[in-house]
Design a protein around this ligand. Structure first.
Ligand code: SF4
Length: 61
C-alpha cells in the first residue's frame, strides 16, 4: 500500500508537532505510563511525520 502526504501523520488532526526531527506525538488515544524517567510519567506515542495508520483523520494542513 502506498501513502500520500494527505494521509500521513502531519495532516492528521491527532498529530502534535514537537518540532523534533520530523516527528511528533499521536494523541488519538490517552497517554500510556512510561518508566523511561525516574518520575512516573504518561506519554503519547512518538510518530514520524511521514508515518500513517488506519485512524488517520484529516484536519491539519
Ligand atoms: S498514528 Fe494515525 S491517528 Fe496518530 S497521528 Fe498518525 S495517522 Fe493520526
Amino acid at each position: 500500500m502506498t501513502t500520500s502526504a494527505a494521509t500521513t501523520c502531519t495532516s492528521c488532526v491527532f498529530f502534535e508537532d514537537k518540532a523534533a526531527a520530523n516527528a511528533g506525538v499521536c494523541r488519538a488515544h490517552p497517554p500510556v505510563p512510561s518508566s523511561a524517567s525516574e518520575k512516573p510519567a504518561a506519554v503519547w506515542p512518538t510518530v514520524k511525520n511521514d508515518d500513517w495508520c488506519g485512524q488517520h483523520t484529516a484536519g491539519r494542513q
